[in-house]
Write a protein that binds this ligand. Sequence first.
Ligand code: SER
Length: 590
Amino acid sequence: MLAIELRKKYLAFFRQKKHAIMSSASLLPENDPTVLFTTAGMHPLVPYLLGQPHPQGKRLANCQKCIRTTDIDEVGDPTHLTFFEMLGNWSLGDYWKEEAITWSYEFLTSKKWLGFNPEKLSVTVFEGDDNAPRDDESVKIWMTLNIPEERIFALPREDNWWGPAGATGPCGPCTEMFIEVDTVPKCGANCRPGCGCGHYFEVWNDVFMQYNKMADGTYELLEKKNVDTGMGLERTIAMLQGKSTIYEIELVAPLVEKVIEFTGEESLTDEDIRLIRTIVDHVRSAVMIMADDRRISPSNVEQGYIVRRLLRKSIHSADRLGIQQGFMKDLAQIVIEMYRSVYDEVERNRDFIMQNLEAEEAKFRKTLGKALRKFDRILNETGTITGSDAFLLFTSFGLPLEMTRDLAEEKGIKIDMKEFRKEFEQHRAISRTATEGKFKGGLADHSEEITKLHTATHLLQAALRKVLGDRVSQTGSNITKERLRFDFAFDRKLTPEEVQQVEDLVNNVIAGNMEITQTFMMFDEAISQGALAFFKETYGKTVSVYRAGDFSVELCGGPHVEHTGVLGHFKIAKQKKIGAGIIRIRAILD
Ligand code: SER
C-alpha cells in the first residue's frame, strides 16, 4: 500500500464511524505562543479539547502535517523524521477508551482495512504514578480483543503519557501500538516496545485526555474526557510495505537515492548513511516549513531560525560527503513533486522555496569557508583544537560548536568542553562589565526589589502571550525599585477581563512557588525549546536561558529570584498606548 492509499483508507474508515473529516492545519500554530510548530494532530484542536464546541462536531479525523524539532537527535534511526504526517481521530467528550481501542484494532487488523497479522501486534499502557493510576481499563479492553498479557507492556510516564503539546493544556495516559519487525531480531531478553532497537515499530498512539496541566505544574481533571489518537503515516506505510525503516518508503526513498547518487559512492559506511539521512530529513522539513503561506525564510528568529539550522546542518553534512553546492534545490524539487497534489501550498510557494535555498546556501558557504580556513590554520599551527579555539571559531567566525566538534573528531581530537565553558563565562563577565552602563535603562541595580520585579516581568510577558497570542513581543522594559514598566507590540489596550486574566495567570505562578532555573545552551537549542528572544542573536552562540517551570522560558542574563513564591502579589497598575502599536504596562508587587 502507498501513502496516498493509506490517507484515503484511514479517513474512509473514520468517516464510516461517523467522524467529520478536517483538512490539515498549518505547520505554524495560529494561536499558541508556547510552541513554534504544529507537533501533532491534536495541537490545532487544543481549544476544543479544553471544552469549546467544534463547528464540525464531536467526532473528528484528519491527516495533519507535523514538525517535531525535539526529535532532531533521533533522526537517522529507523523511525524518526522531523517532518511527518499524522493520521488522527478525536472524540470531544464523546466516545471513550473502548471504542477508540476497538476501532484502532479493527483498522489495523481487519482484512478489509490494513490487514496486519494480530499476532504481530504488541501494545503498551501507562503503569501509573503519583499523579494518575495504572490504566487497567485499557489492559482489559486489549485482552477482550485477544491480545495476550505477554504482549501488553505497562510503561512509565516518559513512555505512556502524552501532552500537553505546549507548556500547559490537555494531557493523559496513552496506549501505543507496535508491529514486530521479523527482519530485525530482538535486542535481548529485555527487548520491549520503546526500547529503540527497531524490533518493535511504533505505529499508533491512542491518548486518553482526562487532565489539564496547569501553569503551576498541577493536573486538573477535565470536565469532558477526550480521545486523541495519532497514527504515523510514514511508519505505518513502512510496516505495510515490509520495510524496516521509514527511509525506504516512497515518500523518503527517492531523496535518499538522489543523495547517494550525488555522493557517487558505491559502498557506504554507517556514518555515510547517518549523514545521508540527516540531509534528507532536514531538507524535507525545511521545504515543508517554507511551503507555508506565511512564508518563513531562514533567519535568526523563531521558525526561521529552525529553517536556517536545518539547512546549514544539511550543507555541512553534504560537505562531509563531498557533495557539491546546489544539491538542495534538486532535493527540494523531489519534495515538491511528492506533496504538491496533497498540500496545494507546496506548489504555490515553489519559487519562494527555491530562492531561499539558494540564498541561504550562498550565505552559509561564505561564513563556512572563512571558518574552515581558520580551523585549518589553528590545527596546522598548534596541532590541536582547544576549547578556547572552539570558542573563538564560535564567536568570531560563526562556526556552530556542533560542527567544530564534528570536524575535530574527524581528526581524532576531543574538544575540552570545560575550557569552552570557562571562556564563555569569562566572556560573559567582561561583556557584563562593559555594558554595565546599558543596564541603567533596563535593570537599575541588582537589589532584592529590582530582582523580584525582573522575574515578574518574565511572568508578565509569558502571561500576555498566553492571553493575547504570540503577536505580543517586548519592545522595551524598565525597572525601578517601585515598579516594572513593560512595552510591547500590540494594537490596543487590554480589556478589564484580559487584565484580570493576565494578573490571575501571574499570581497562580507565584502561588505555585515555581523554581526559576538558569541553564546555558546553544541559541538554536534554546529557540527550538520555545525560548523567547527579543533581540538579534548570532548563529551558534551560547546563551543563558531562564525558565519558570514550563510557564516562561526566556533568553536573559538575569538576575532572578530562586522561587516565584517570594514575589508576593502581582498587580497591573496602569496601561497606556504610547505610539502606533505599542502598549505600555506599569505593574507592581505588593
Ligand atoms: N498526540 C498524540 C501523539 O502525538 C496522539 O495523537 O502521539
